[in-house]
Design a binder for this molecule. Sequence first.
Ligand code: XIL
Length: 390
Amino acid sequence: MDMRRRSVLAAGAAGAAAVLTGGAKAMAATQTATAPAASSGDVPWANASLRDLASKIGFRIGTALDPADLTTPALSAIASGQFNVYTPENEMKWEVVEPTQGNFDWTGADNLVNYARAHKAKVRGHTLCWHNQLPGWLTTAVANGAYTKTQLLDLLQQHIFTEMGRYRGKIWQWDVCNEFLTDSNPSGVNQNDWWIVNAGAEVIPLAFKWARQADPDALLFYNDYNIGGEDGSNAKFNAAVALAESLQQNSHIDGIGIQGHLDTQYGWDAQRLRRDIEAFGNMGLKVAITEADVRTFIETTDAAQTPTNGLEELAQPFEYSELLKAALAVPACISFTVWGFGDSESWVPGFFKGEGYADIYDVNLNPKAAYYAMQSDLAFAAYGAPDRNS
Ligand code: XIL
């Protein structure tokens, strides 16, 4: 049997504590008020952080961050204590970094990159070529017919070189293109996408080619939603495979980002997700779960985001756990990122009417059942259950 695994578990709580590094200790310090302390007889990993458990198997656990939140001690303690890869929720999007043409604002992006280095974490760059959150100066000019397709492509190339060049060598994974596929069956590249309409179909292979030139060491991802077991037909997954194959032939791609925005009201197939991740892996691609959250309907009259149906409190952590286990099962999958960790900071209530409770910490930053589900999944992934054979 695996002696490393056996010896850690045989060593009990004291031994396991000794194998945990800085992040776990920081987490224990920040969580004494909220999480039950490991009592004698508790499992050895009861106070281990997500990032330290993931590190044991060379996996990374991430979160989206608003860099402005990092000055709030309670938020920073969780960000640095629990996670070791960070995605700027908005601060690397074009509208933020170049609000007026030629005038750049790198404040938030720089803060996040520096924070990651200070806390021994990596960064997922997000995102270079997407139809949303483009600067107004660009969309207005394009609407007025100010640019030919070639001129628009030149602007995109410049954007990719400027932004990726600034952070060259500091970004682990870049979401180069985001959300280009249709939600229909069959699915394919959306011919009505802003970029496809205004710059032409070659925009996707060109963006990846330029990204490769701008930072040859970054892993280049295509990122989308509903490509991992969410749509019953798997049509959008098939379209992602076709897109990735064409990029492998005509340009470059390293990985697929499966966003993982789930909603307990819809069906979802965790076995299918695992097979989809395996299929991408078999193509030689890396996979990352990039924006996981699981929303439910909530009582909008209280600030606590209480689910309207008590069963949602079981469905929500279950879906997090199934997402994470599918990711852990396949070696091609290298990271799992939640789209923010606290319900108060979540994008969900603002974007999905009547929904919330989507994150793994509650509105007061107490860990929810979903947090503990992820912690135990990672612990079993790292150490296995105690072996009864001996
Ligand atoms: C969202 C952010 O969370 C919001 O703060 C912002 O207002 C809109 O964008 N898919 C993506 C993310 O790739 O960039 C989106 O993030 C959520 C959906």
